[in-house]
Ligand binder design. Structure first.
Ligand code: HEC
Length: 406
């Protein structure tokens, strides 16, 4: 039996399940598979040349060549945008406005930037102001990103069909400007010092969604759930030492030890990294002279035993017991400030696995992973690490992995 028969005829039913495709009475042609790849990856239809070339490749078993060609189309950037958008808001909505965080993912995917830099990099992704001026026909405030609004990215989303090509990698702290009435621009750098700039964690959506109001624990929860793919419910461990649990958490006998500690031991010790951070009046706030008030609020709830935050030190209590499985590095025990904490998260084994898992789900259209899928994702994560955390390669290989099963 030749490869052609193996790939094209036999697994029609599998194909139908995986891709939501209705097999025809005549069988699934190589052309159909090419169309499916294009539909999933750049979200586009192949040109007649691409269809012809692709069908030849499929007949010869060269799936990767087809996927690679499809990925070179600009629609690929929209797929990355949608995938990353889920991360950028509390509601995990893929249809939120394009923003600084999703643009950083698009840039990383376009240029093959090591995805650990999404947590540790000092850069951000912005669009060429001259191109925006060209589209608008005049000087507009959307030409540069602003500290206090998302208009730059929203403008690009509605006015550019290709959101990938015009992206530029520039210094995150100084990227933002304010437009003056005489059509000049004034720099409006972040209050966050250069040393503390930490990739997407200091991008505008992270501040707006995860650091506004509250107690800065929400950002840690988000990191656990969406960057390490471990919901708090699955990493509760009441054996973790609780001396860093803040004094706003009530110590109800029984309740506290059996429940609250399971989350707060880890959340509160890690949120120490953000003690100088806040997001209010629509922008990041940072002060190094004293911790933010939100760390000291409701101190009378547990005044005797609760932890009193005095600096931005953080401690990782997840290295022992159950949560050692997240694969922590040796330098991930403690530190001061967000940048060192972000580096600790970036170097876990869970981080590349999580990106591999969500990429696989996205291109394979899966909500849940079965046993076989989990093994596939483990292999994918290893290849992703070996590629230097290259997101474009990750998406290519994830798509190939789905297709190989056909
Ligand atoms: C499943 C994990 C989990 C458990 C269990 C848990 N918490 Fe929390 N707690 C959180 C998270 C996450 C936040 C941050 C919520 C936010 O800002 O969106 C939080 C926030 C808080 C806050 C700050 C609320 C504010 O003003 O923003 C207090 C106080 C608190 N928890 C007390 C408790 C107490 C007391 C218990 C036990 C009865 C408990 N928590 C159990 C996860 C947990």
């Amino acid at each position: 039996m030749g490869r052609k028969t193996k790939f094209i005829i036999v697994p029609r039913i599998v194909l139908a399940l995986l891709w939501g495709f209705q097999p025809s009475a005549q069988g699934t042609s190589a052309e159909d598979i090419v169309r499916l790849i294009y539909k999933r990856l750049p979200g586009d239809v192949p040109t007649s040349t691409e269809l012809q070339l692709g069908a030849e490749d499929i007949r010869a078993g060269r799936f990767e060549a087809v996927v690679r060609r499809a990925t070179s189309k600009t629609g690929f950037f929209r797929v990355i945008k949608e995938w990353a958008s889920v991360l950028t808001n509390v509601g995990t909505d893929a249809n939120v406005s394009y923003n600084e965080m999703s643009a950083m993912f698009v840039l990383a995917a376009r240029d093959g930037i090591d995805a650990r830099e999404l947590l540790t990099g000092k850069w951000t992704a912005t669009y060429n102001p001259e191109l925006i001026q060209g589209v608008a026909g005049r000087v507009i405030e959307e030409m540069y990103p602003a500290r206090t609004n998302n208009k730059h990215y929203a403008y690009v989303e509605t006015h550019f069909s290709d959101i990938g090509s015009a992206l530029q990698k520039i210094n995150q702290r100084t990227a933002t400007k304010i437009k003056n009435t005489d059509d000049t621009f004034t720099d409006d750098p972040s209050e966050v010092p250069e040393a503390e700039i930490s990739g997407i964690l200091t991008s505008r959506p992270a501040g707006e969604e995860y650091l506004s109001a509250g107690t800065n624990r929400r950002l840690i929860r988000w990191i656990m759930e969406h960057l390490l793919c471990t919901p708090l419910s699955s990493i509760r461990d009441t054996r973790e030492p609780d001396f860093r649990v803040r004094h706003d958490v009530a110590r109800e006998p029984g309740e506290y030890n059996n429940n609250c500690v399971g989350c707060h031991a880890k959340l509160d010790s890690q949120a120490g990294a953000l003690a100088y951070f806040d997001f209010n009046s629509n922008r990041f706030r940072y002060r190094s002279d004293r911790v933010q008030n939100k760390y000291l609020q409701n101190a009378d709830t547990s005044p005797e035993v609760g932890y009193n935050t005095t600096d931005d030190s953080w401690l990782n209590v997840m290295r022992d017991y159950n949560n050692a499985r997240l694969g922590w590095g040796s330098a991930d025990k403690e530190g001061n400030g967000l940048a060192s904490y972000a580096a600790a998260i970036a170097s876990t084994e869970a981080y590349p696995k999580c990106l591999a898992q969500t990429a696989f789900k996205k291109v394979c259209r899966k909500e849940e992973l079965d046993f076989q899928d989990k093994k596939t994702v483990d292999g994918l994560a290893q290849e992703f690490v070996d590629s230097g955390y290259n997101l474009k390669e990750l998406f290519i290989q994830a798509t190939v992995k789905c297709m190989e099963k056909l």
